[in-house]
Design a protein. Structure first.
Length: 135
C-alpha cells in the first residue's frame, strides 16, 4: 500500500510544481509552496527508489535473477535513474537559487515521466504477482 501512497503523494507534488511552472511560463498567479514541494518530493523519490531496490532484492532472493520479471524490472531501473536525476536537479535548484529556464523544465518533465512509469508499474507488478508468485 505504501507504493500507492507514494504515487498519490507524487501527484500532489506534481500539482505543487505545476503552480510554479504556470506562474513562470503561463503568467498565472499562484503561490508556490516551495518548502512543501521540496520536502515531499524527497520523500516520494526515496520511496520510489527504495521500492525498486527492495523489488530487485526480492526477485534475487526468490529467483536468483534480477531481470526475471521482465518489463517490471526495466521500469524499476528507469524509476531509479529518473529518481536520481529528479533528486539531483531538485537539490541543485534548492541549494543554488537563481533564475533558470532549462533545468526546471527538465526536472518537471523527468519527474512527470517518473510518475507515469510508477502508474505503469502497478500494472506490470500486478502481472508479476498473479503470473509468477500466485500463479
Amino acid at each position: 500500500y505504501w507504493q500507492v501512497a507514494a504515487i498519490l503523494l507524487g501527484w500532489y507534488i506534481f500539482y505543487l510544481g505545476w503552480a510554479r511552472f504556470a506562474a513562470v511560463n503561463l503568467g498565472r498567479k499562484k503561490a508556490f509552496l516551495w518548502k512543501q514541494h521540496v520536502t515531499l518530493g524527497k520523500v516520494a523519490l526515496y520511496m520510489w527508489i527504495y521500492g525498486a531496490v527492495v523489488g530487485t532484492a526480492a526477485a534475487w532472493v526468490q529467483w536468483r535473477n534480477f531481470g526475471v520479471t521482465g518489463i517490471h524490472f526495466w521500469i524499476g531501473t528507469a524509476v531509479v535513474l529518473l529518481g536520481l536525476f529528479g533528486y539531483w536537479s531538485g537539490l541543485r535548484m534548492d541549494t543554488h537559487k537563481k533564475r533558470r529556464r532549462v533545468l526546471p523544465i527538465l526536472h518537471g518533465a523527468n519527474n512527470l515521466l517518473l510518475l507515469l512509469l510508477t502508474l505503469v508499474s502497478i500494472v506490470t507488478g500486478t502481472n508479476v504477482l498473479f503470473r509468477m508468485i500466485l500463479g
